[in-house]
Design a protein around this ligand. Structure first.
Ligand code: ATR
Length: 296
């Protein structure tokens, strides 16, 4: 019996639940990362993956509220679609236009939408001692949700920010939005054909496209033949694989490179703190993710 008891997860009437709503969701590292943190702090909380098809999203959100969940993460394809079902959202959500974390106030029956992707990125920059200010020149590759969150997170710094995207119109839309929010921000958008010209003086290059992500690990969003600016730091928001082709190529050209693992960990840590009010064991969370990613 002893062996069996050791293998049975202890769940009882006091267990608090959180989880992640996505479609698909099986690949998510968040359950392991959060459950390890709960175990480390001796908390009777569990984090579960919740597979929710797009047409069941409204039911699922009502469901987690009714079931007394303390919160959920939200991932693809629900990050924008969930917003109409929430009772309130933070400024970061309004700016980024997306939610990745919901805090549930069961006593009031309310769902609050948060965006910890943006704060996760900024936290990881700080940990890596990268400061962005008026003298910085940031090139953001991409113009999807991730690029928008990162651009919004950096727009207040006074840095020059250029979005470089395959579809120019999407970049221009972000620029228009950021200018309407911070009139004086220094942002522009160009097509991929102008990458060489706008990246020459870059101090920070951020890949916010999905190009190079598993399983397409042989691709890179960097245009062939365009030289890497040696003075820049390259930050790839992709964490699977841990080292992308873009990171390898940039490193070979002498750039300092940083992968997306830190952003993943800090967005999770911020969600953990929002739900539990406790400081998460960040290093443990990083180790759990690192271990899983090194295996795949
Ligand atoms: P997310 O919300 O995760 O940022 P997204 O909205 O699908 O995801 O955005 C993905 C980004 O990767 C976009 O900037 C996309 O470029 P387009 O706006 O032109 O679609 C970029 N992207 C994806 N595949 C690409 C490819 N093969 N080449 C260049 N850019 C690509």
């Amino acid at each position: 019996m002893k062996g069996l008891n050791d293998r049975i997860a202890h769940i009882d009437g006091q267990t608090q639940l959180v989880g992640i709503i996505g479609y698909p969701v099986a690949h998510s590292l968040s359950p392991e990362m959060h459950n390890a943190a709960f175990a480390e702090l001796g908390m009777n909380w569990r984090y579960v993956p919740l597979l929710v098809a797009p047409d069941r999203l409204a039911d699922a959100l009502r469901g987690v509220l009714a079931l007394g969940f303390r919160g959920v993460n939200v991932t693809v394809p629900h990050k924008v679609a969930c917003i109409p079902y929430l009772d309130s959202v933070t400024e970061a959500v309004t700016i980024a236009g997306a939610v990745n974390t919901i805090r549930i106030d069961a006593s009031q029956g309310k769902l609050e939408g948060l965006n910890t992707d943006m704060s996760g990125f900024l936290a990881d920059l700080a940990v890596n001692r990268i400061s962005v200010g008026e003298d910085s020149h940031v090139v953001i590759l991409g113009a999807g949700g991730a690029a928008r969150s990162i651009g919004a997170g950096l727009a207040r710094s006074g840095a020059r920010i250029v979005f470089v995207n395959r579809t120019l119109e999407r970049g221009l839309e972000i620029v228009e939005f950021l200018r309407s929010t911070w009139e004086s921000c220094n942002v522009e958008a160009v097509g991929l054909d102008r990458l060489a010209e706008v990246s020459r003086e870059a101090t920070l290059i951020v890949n916010a496209t999905s190009v190079g992500m598993f399983p397409y690990t042989d691709s890179s969003p960097w245009r062939e033949g365009v030289p890497f600016p040696k003075q820049a730091v390259l930050y790839d928001t992709i964490y699977r694989p841990l080292q992308t082709k873009l990171m390898r190529d940039a490193e070979r050209s002498g750039l300092r490179v940083i992968g997306g693992l830190g952003m993943l960990v800090y967005q999770g840590a911020a969600a953990f703190e929002m739900w539990t009010g406790k400081k998460p064991p960040i290093e443990l969370m990083r180790q759990v993710c690192l271990q899983r990613l090194s295996q795949s």
